[in-house]
Design a protein around this ligand. Structure first.
Ligand code: IMP
Length: 446
């Protein structure tokens, strides 16, 4: 039995869904602990491609119960649609529950998201966040402001009417709101249909812990998008860290066994905000093309660049990674050398290696300093076949060296490597750290 948290170690889109799906093969529960339809977890099953937005990856596996945890914000109509579409394709295999404490995203939250982005871009600095426009930020704001509706309210018409009236009273600044009465009727109807899925979920997990079941806490977004520790204000509105996963599920900290940090062998970001290793020219275009780096939720082209060890060391320390999963190594196959950023240099020549600036503006003027590692051969069909047959021993030597280098540089063992979108294209390299090990990197306090 283990409780494992899966955390994005970069700016999101690290292929966490794929790693969660891989680990779900030996889990009884998979829990989404935060975020909502801003996520887009792409998973390839045989020749089928599946993109999950609100459903935890566990729904794709027999014998798994997938739980939408209390830390989520849920768009109920979108959820229904996602369930229906998956069911029609015969892919809904696991059980499914949603926490009655999870908050509800309403159409007015999406309107407010767009309104907020407009206000930001009209500000003196003219900078919007580049949100997914799915209403995530406004729904979390209403949660913190005590205006929010929870899934529990959808199953109680009287409570729903009262809460909705209060919420509408706070939205006078928004134009084109759907009529309140219409909204109420719609929510009652969707609440009735979803009611069989909605219940307190912490007790289910506490029973599972007592039975010593295996539980995966599936992160969405990523550590560098955390509302406190990310590149504020260019962040999401939740806590996509290991600590946030505990809050977002109701599992107490001492139950946690492993924290898997997922990072691509390079880096991407969608939306605005600092990205010190971004490549805006041909190299970025190459990564975008080879890695098919288009947003799974919004279809926006992702900004692309190289792996950033300053951010990875920070994410490792913050989340207590016990192991790393490095994904999309095939995308870099065939490059002569692979740049990896080891430090940021300021104009005065000072170097940062561990801790990124707190202020987004302070990233400006920093130059990424690179190590250039020897590249590995392309992931041809023949190489993939050998890997499927022989496992990790068939990995190209240069790639093994790259993975060893990452372990050395972050203090975290690389335990998984993913070399393609298909389910079987993931290798387990051996046990990483059990019970979050002490990270040996020093020099944090200056
Ligand atoms: P929001 O979460 O829609 O409010 O967006 C805030 C920021 O987080 C934007 O830069 C988004 O592009 C980014 N973001 C949110 N969810 C994801 C995700 O699942 N993958 C990558 N970026 C995300």
């Amino acid at each position: 039995m283990t409780v494992t948290v899966i955390v994005g170690a970069q700016f999101g889109d690290e292929a966490k869904g794929k790693i969660t799906d891989y680990l779900a093969a030996r889990a009884q529960f998979v829990v989404r602990t935060g975020g909502g339809p801003n996520a887009g977890h792409s998973i390839r099953i045989g020749e089928e491609s599946v993109v999950l937005h609100q459903l935890p990856c566990g729904v794709l596996r027999h014998g798994v119960t997938a739980i939408g945890g209390p830390g989520m914000v849920v768009d109920p109509s979108g959820l229904e649609e996602e369930i229906r579409a998956l069911d029609q394709r015969g892919l809904l295999k696991g059980g499914l529950l949603f926490s009655d404490r999870a908050h509800v995203i309403l159409p007015l939250h999406r309107l407010e998201d767009a309104w907020e982005e407009k206000v930001r871009s009209a500000g003196a600095a003219g900078r919007s966040v580049g949100t997914t426009l799915r209403g995530i930020g406004p729904a979390y704001s209403d949660r913190a402001g005590r205006w929010g509706l929870r899934l529990a309210d959808l199953t109680r018409p009287a409570s729903l009417a009262e809460r909705l009236a209060l919420l509408y009273a706070t939205k006078e600044h928004l134009a084109d709101l759907p009529p309140e009465e219409e909204m109420r009727a719609e929510l009652v109807a969707v609440g009735q249909r979803l009611a069989p899925l909605i219940q307190p979920t912490e007790p289910v997990l506490w029973e599972a812990l007592r039975r010593r079941d295996t539980i995966l806490l599936e992160g969405a977004q990523s550590a560098l998008l955390d509302v406190d520790f990310g590149t504020y204000p260019f962040v999401t509105s939740s806590h996509p860290t290991s600590a946030g996963a505990l809050v977002g599920s109701g599992i107490p900290p001492q139950e946690l066994d492993e924290v898997v940090g997922v990072a691509k062998a390079y880096a991407t970001r969608v939306g605005a905000g600092p990205f010190p290793t971004e490549e805006e020219g041909a190299a970025g275009e190459y990564l975008r093309r080879e890695g098919a780096e288009m947003g799974a939720t919004t279809g926006r082209p992702r900004r692309c660049g190289w792996l950033d060890l300053v951010l990875l060391r920070f994410a490792a320390r913050l989340n207590g990674f016990s192991s790393l999963a490095i994904t999309k190594v095939d995308v870099l196959g065939g490059l002569e050398e692979v740049p990896v950023c080891t430090a940021y240099e300021s104009p005065s020549g000072g170097r940062r290696t561990l801790y990124p600036p707190t202020m987004a503006d302070d990233f400006r003027g920093l130059t990424a300093v690179y190590d250039r590692l020897p590249g590995w051969p392309p992931f041809t069909h023949a190489l993939k076949e050998r890997l499927a047959r022989e496992g990790a021993s068939a990995l190209p030597g240069e790639l093994k060296r790259f993975l060893g280098y990452l372990t050395e540089q972050t203090g975290v063992p690389v335990e998984y490597v993913s070399y393609g979108p298909r389910r079987h294209e993931t290798l387990w390299l051996g046990r990483g750290g059990r019970k979050v090990p002490q990270n040996e990197l020093t020099g944090w306090a200056r």
